[in-house]
Design a protein around this ligand. Structure first.
Ligand SMILES: [Zn+2]
Length: 147
């Protein structure tokens, strides 16, 4: 039993039938282009439409924020090592920006006395909310006295 062959319309090579994807209604139920040519065409199409695809993807993500957040959290949990490596690299590449952002964040936290800011001042592992409130009041009194 010989292997049945078919010529690809694109690259003109004669290839085994397994090299062609199935197609409904196609000649012999197969596509006219071989898998390699179809893959190349798909890659070209993707390159040509990258920008349009990016816009569409951004739009879709904006409309599916919850799904994206759940997906990202799951993905990150399953790829912790890779995420850690990426984070370290990002930190190394963006030291100045991160420092500026942190300074800004800290200034804002100091002004508005966020819970997290107050927690950072209390050197305890478990911090009850009442303690945070007390510390906030203490800071406000100190600031008032300094005026
Ligand atoms: Zn081909």
């Amino acid at each position: 039993m010989g292997i049945e062959m078919k010529a690809c319309r694109k690259c003109k090579e004669t290839k085994a039938l397994a090299e062609f994807s199935k197609a409904k209604g196609g000649k012999g139920g197969l596509r006219s282009q071989c898998r390699a040519c179809e893959a190349a065409r798909a890659a070209n199409y993707y390159a040509d439409n990258k920008e349009r695809a990016a816009v569409r993807s951004a739009k879709w993500q904006a409309n599916n924020k919850e799904w994206v957040a759940t997906y990202n959290a799951k993905w990150q949990a399953n790829n912790k090592e890779w995420v850690a490596v990426r984070k370290a690299k990002y930190r190394a590449d963006n030291e100045e920006q991160i420092a500026a952002y942190q300074a800004k964040w800290q200034a804002n936290a100091r002004n508005t006395l966020t819970d997290n800011y107050i927690k950072s001042l209390i050197r305890l592992r478990e911090i009850p909310q009442e303690l945070i409130e007390l510390k906030r009041i203490q800071i406000l009194i100190k600031r008032e006295l300094r005026k």
